[in-house]
Design a protein around this ligand. Sequence first.
Ligand code: PHE
Length: 461
Amino acid sequence: MQSDRGHWGSNAGFILAATGSAIGLGNLWRFPYITWDNNGGAFVLVYLVCILAVGMPIMMAELLIGRRTQKSTVGALRECAGRWWGVFGVWGVLCAFLLLSYYTVIAGWSLYYFARTAAWSAGGYPVGLATGDLFNAQVGNAGLQLVLSLGFSLATIAVVWFGVRDGIERLARVSLPILFGILLLLLVSALGMSGSGQALGFLFQASFSELEAGSALSALGHSFFSLSVGMGAMITYGSYLSRKQSIVKATAAIVALDTGIAIVASIIMFSVIFSVAGMTEQVGASPVGMLFISLPELFYTEVPFGVLLAPLFYILVAVAALTSTISLLEVVTSYLIDEHALQRHRATLLSGAAVFVFTIFAALSFSGTPFLSSLAVFANKTGWFETVDHFVSNVMLPTGGLAVTLAAGWFVSRRISHGELVDGNQPGWFRYAVWLGFIRFVAPAAVLAIIIAVLLGTDFS
Ligand code: PHE
């Protein structure tokens, strides 16, 4: 059984894999549009505070719980915090399951735009193309959506099939450096554009008078999503970690890379948008489409070397999404391996297939399918896709995150958490006390604030 669990091959491999989980559609698609929606500057600052004060302590908590027990979400919480905490482990597995089911659909869109931009780069861009209509046509095409998300699901299953070291870690080692390289190229290109000064001002000049009510809470919600915490992905990745790795240093690296990439992605997108007359108004109306509606055309009309960069960029989005989907599938797979004694291959196929059934529902949400396109449970959310997304971001992640803070702060013994967090021969008491203060008081209070806001009807998705 032990061989089916696996272990990271090296410290750097683990950091790359966990960073790969954190960096995904949250950084490239969601962060830029919610930052735009919340008027930049002050929102970015609040987001950074949330990352440092809440996200980071929770990530350390998840990693330490995982490493200590060497078990996946359910078994880890049960062993570390007490028997009935296993319930929250099951909650996390369900959350990963549902999140993966619709995340795969958005990831599929990046495959579509990769194919499209590759064709345009080779054969010429059809100037004047209505990119909004193109987007609607692709999401509304049921057959296409099924093919795209099946393709992406199979890729996810293939990586998890090969296990922790030969699948997940190997992919991260190869793809993350490439991803950083492409982003750097794009950044250089974007900084040369006329709108880059305005973009930097928009992102870094905080004007608190423009901060809308509820922005702070959506920053907090997104910090969970972006760091992959609140549903056990980091517990699972932590469970493959050896005692030699410093959890504090690893967390610092993962958080810095994840946040840095979100900001770089925003600088790129906003530089392009501010460089084009009339684009700010156009984006203003529906920032959600920034990545798939505004950007494709701009690559061909505005961005220097856009013909080369466009397909590279969409393959980057797909790869970033893949290193996230594998961490979500691993949560479900490792649960089956640890709690139901399944072999890895069988567990991977079973969980992958089960998730895909729900992916089908999400993929068919935009094509006028009875029930799936019209489902209306929450106000202003229509269809299966939007309903599940709303439920996961507004209910499951915040409650899961709260459970982890309470478990780690109040139920895991201090001997255990201190032993895991303080490395080697350093005294480290100060660092530990700071973490304990955040995990016991600051983080739960902040998460509770989100949950109360959700109950009062604030929307974070
Ligand atoms: N962090 C990923 C992103 O930013 C999403 C994710 C959440 C992945 C939870 C795994 C677990 O896109």
